[in-house]
Ligand binder design. Structure first.
Ligand code: EPZ
Length: 419
């Protein structure tokens, strides 16, 4: 699990050919791991990828007093021994998803203390929507000396309206409401597939949640939850990353265990770029023979719009496509840290605020640095398409969301190794 080093060496221009099984979704598993706090029985999660973000969430569960057993393909958790409701500040400051612990700890133990979460530096990452939603459930919140104290002894059901369809806030409030007598409603909820997966996971433990995937979610309070064995959905961002990699190298790749509906916004853009894409219920086949055509514009939006987590990777594709394109990042204020690194590789990009204007051309190998998870993935894709050798440092960021990415890409014919 621990990576020996954080540098990749890529010799570009190798076509990607073959098939790959897509991992289970990091952004489904992180809230699901938090939700295990709601239940006192064993929970078994199947096919959990060895990602550093998941390792960190497990460390938080153990630090709170819970038990973890992670064999090759399943993660067993038992949180009945949790006796501490104060998330360790160092661990919490390392990952954004530590904030997902707030809802379930409050639901189960009626008290929690957290610090402002960390995570990839892609923007300020506030949690005001999480806190205002919990206040709507009558949680008393005090912020003092960098800590957030939450008193949930008088929590009750309620109506929560999110000013913005925040994924994390939606998930936190869903989990906080599971035991509240009566019915809690979330209006303007986020609609991501990972939220549907959290609903299905909690319902597999005996919860009564409906509406996930729409903008109104209803949570009927239950007395207790029971153990379950659950397999999460596949990772739509990992799948999209491999589709874009293939579009950039001009290959032919079959993705197995993925859901085309979850990334249909990308599929349409790749078809506009000249890729041939076919799919059935759990596979996607992409074939890219020619130099990609440019997609005039891409705007990141909440699901089902074009995902912000594929913005960097799609921008890398645009740097080698015919013509000019404009990519607008509407979700996070500083999610273009990959641009200066792509410029070192010969990309022609101008950024202004949340907009990147890209003129397609050629990429050449260079020494570049990853500054965040998806930006790092974009640099890997650029290295695959560049002429010559690219070294990428900072790969610890990429390991947060991609399991052994160099081994998976090498299995498709890429000339890539971790040094
Ligand atoms: C989740 O982050 C994902 N992370 C992110 O993926 C993803 O980019 C994001 O959703 C959007 O799809 C996980 O699921 C662990 P948000 P989250 O709350 O929940 C603002 C990756 O690469 N906002 O939907 O933090 C926020 O600043 C990661 O895998 C508030 O203003 O995203 C942003 O502009 C990166 N106040 C927008 O909403 C709040 O209280 C979207 O954030 C919360 C959010």
């Amino acid at each position: 699990m621990e990576t020996e080093t954080n540098k990749l060496i890529i010799n570009g221009k190798q076509k990607l050919e073959g098939k790959i099984k897509v991992d289970k979704a990091k952004n489904a598993l992180l809230p699901i791991i938090a939700a295990t706090i709601l239940c006192e029985d064993d929970i078994v999660l199947k096919n959990v990828p060895k990602l550093t973000d998941i390792k960190k969430m497990n460390e938080i569960i153990v630090a709170l007093g819970g038990k973890i057993n992670w064999t090759d393909n399943s993660l067993t958790l038992n949180t009945s021994t949790i006796n501490n409701y104060e998330i360790p500040p160092k661990l919490a400051s390392e990952i954004r998803s530590s904030i997902f612990m707030l809802g379930p700890i409050l639901a189960k133990h009626k008290y929690a203390r957290v610090v402002y979460p960390g995570g990839c530096d892609i923007g300020s990452r506030p949690i005001d929507l999480h806190l205002s939603g919990l206040k709507d459930l009558n949680v008393k919140i005090l912020e003092e000396h960098g800590f957030i104290y939450c008193d949930g002894k008088n929590m009750r059901n309620g109506l929560v309206h999110l000013d913005y369809p925040s994924v994390g806030a939606t998930e936190n409030i869903m989990m906080a409401s599971v035991f509240l007598r009566g019915e809690t409603t979330i209006f303007n909820a986020a609609k991501e597939p990972e939220i549907v997966d959290l609903q299905n996971f909690i319902n597999s433990m005996g919860g009564k949640i409906t509406g996930a995937g729409s903008s109104t979610i209803k949570i009927k309070g239950v007395k207790k939850l029971h153990g379950t064995t659950y397999t999460p959905i596949s990772d739509r961002i990992v799948a999209g990353t491999y589709l874009i990699a293939t579009a950039m190298t001009g290959g032919k790749v079959l993705l197995e265990d993925c859901n085309f509906e979850h990334i249909y916004s990308l599929i349409t853009k790749l078809r506009n770029s000249g890729c041939k894409i076919d799919y059935d219920s759990d596979k996607i086949l992409i074939e890219a023979k020619y130099k990609p055509l440019s997609c005039p514009s891409v705007e990141t939006q909440p699901y089902p719009g074009f995902p912000t987590d594929l913005q960097a990777q799609f921008l890398a594709l645009q740097t080698i496509s015919e013509g000019i394109s404009v990519i607008t990042e509407n979700m996070f204020e500083t999610r273009f840290k990959h641009v200066p690194e792509l410029l070192k590789m010969g990309a022609k990009i101008t950024t202004r605020d949340r907009m990147a204007i890209v003129r397609g051309g050629k990429l050449f190998g260079a020494n570049v640095v990853a500054h965040d998870l998806r930006g790092g993935a974009a640099l890997i894709l650029a290295g695959l398409a560049a002429k010559g050798q690219t070294t990428i440092s900072g790969i610890q960021y990429v390991d947060r969301g991609y399991e052994q990415i160099e081994i998976k890409l090498a299995s498709l014919g890429a000339d890539i190794k971790r040094e």
